[in-house]
Design a protein around this ligand. Structure first.
Ligand SMILES: NC(=O)c1ccc[n+]([C@@H]2O[C@H](COP(=O)([O-])OP(=O)(O)OC[C@H]3O[C@@H](n4cnc5c(N)ncnc54)[C@H](O)[C@@H]3O)[C@@H](O)[C@H]2O)c1
Ligand SMILES: [Zn+2]
Length: 348
């Protein structure tokens, strides 16, 4: 597993003749990025989003990519992938199957991808609207975290990554909460020198279990059970859905006495959460009908028969795993829904 590099500027690519660049077409709107992309003789522009990850579109993409190879009379020797998490998941998957696997360099262009999705080797495609049903482990040869690229993002992208930053702080411990509180969330910028300490939380987990064989990586699913349900059913961006999934888990952890109410309110009091997210959305999310909820839970989780190993929070830096049944999640969903229904937004 090779670590990532943090750079201020995009490096010049040497010997790109046999390289393919798969990139998010939105990046062409930035003159400096357009210039850099222009140095690749073979480029494949894609439109980001979940439809890019739809497995039904894969054959068309593969045909077009292989045609580029024929047209240029070369054989690809490696692939560069530049974009947010959807482009990273798609491009990583393509790299893992093309010619039975080609080395890949990931250049994340959203905060979410720079913090999370570009690391850890997972690639993924969606099937029938269900997320990440097909995928591979394909560790990038290199991951370039580049300031000039990441600072081109609109402000909203930081809000869309907020859930993953909160998850990382919950796993990493109190010092990360202090950092989060100091960032300029209004301007949508992370403090550049803090980024490494967040990324390293993921590495501290994956290095123990690079291919998810021993169960250590399971903690990275914190907030993701309900998060995935809401992302799929309501179509809200991954990182925001994870934020709501974490609120669900914090509330459930408190209910079970694993997390004290005092620590729970300290967690929510530190950071930008109340300014970024409102409870009206929370109430809307709980309007999800139970049939859809059960369908999404069953599709997302492979093994509900023997219960699901669910991650609860004891305090920042400490989690507790408990086996829960589908019925337990439903019961907790109903409980939280009732609390929110009785809550009047006007009272705030
Ligand atoms: N593989 C993993 O381990 C992993 C982990 C977490 C999330 N994910 C996946 O990541 C995806 C979400 O990531 P995302 O939010 O980065 O998705 P995304 O690729 O859809 O990007 C979000 C939006 O930002 C735009 N964008 C990207 N870079 C930009 C830039 N520099 N300037 C302006 N606009 C830019 C995109 O065009 C898109 O509209 C989901 O599909 C999720 O399943 C994967
Ligand atoms: Zn995630």
């Amino acid at each position: 597993m090779k670590p990532y590099l943090i750079l201020n500027q995009l490096p010049k690519i040497k010997n790109q003749k046999n390289s393919l660049l798969i990139f998010d077409s939105i990046l062409l709107k930035q003159a400096s990025l357009k210039n850099w992309i222009g140095q690749f003789s073979i480029q494949y522009a894609v439109r980001s989003g979940e439809s890019l990850k739809n497995i039904e579109n894969l054959p068309v993409h593969l045909k077009s990519i292989l045609k580029l190879q024929q047209k240029n009379q070369i054989t690809f020797s490696n692939i560069y992938v530049m974009g947010g998490g959807s482009v990273g998941d798609f491009g990583g998957f393509v790299a893992s199957i093309l010619k039975r696997g080609l080395p890949v360099v990931q250049i994340p262009t959203t905060w979410l991808a720079a913090l999370d999705s570009a690391h850890g080797g997972k690639t993924a495609l969606n099937v029938d609207g269900f997320k990440n049903q097909v995928g591979t482990f394909h560790y990038p040869q290199q991951i370039l975290i580049v300031r000039e690229v990441l600072e081109t993002q609109p402000k909203i992208r930081l809000k869309e990554a907020a859930g993953e930053f909160l998850k990382t702080a919950l796993l990493g411990g109190p010092s990360l909460f202090h950092k989060l509180s100091a960032w300029d969330w209004e301007q949508g910028q992370v403090k550049w020198t803090d980024l490494k300490s967040f990324i390293d939380v993921k590495y501290s987990v994956i290095k123990k279990d690079p291919f998810e064989k021993k169960g250590h990586r399971h903690v990275l699913n914190l907030g993701h059970t309900m998060g995935h349900v809401w992302e799929g059913a309501q179509g809200i961006p991954h990182g925001m859905a994870i934020y709501y999934g974490l609120l669900f888990d914090l509330a459930w952890s408190t209910r079970l006495g694993i997390l004290s109410s005092k620590t729970a309110s300290q967690i929510m009091g530190q950071g930008p959460w109340e300014n970024l997210f409102d409870m009206k959305t929370d109430q809307l999310l709980f309007k999800l009908n139970e049939k859809k909820l059960v369908g999404a839970l069953l599709q997302d989780k492979k093994n509900f028969k023997n219960g699901l190993r669910y991650i609860f929070i004891k305090k920042p830096g400490q989690t507790v795993i408990k086996t829960v049944k589908l019925q337990d999640i439903l019961k907790e969903f109903r409980r939280q829904k009732k609390i929110l229904e009785n809550f009047s937004y006007e009272e705030l």
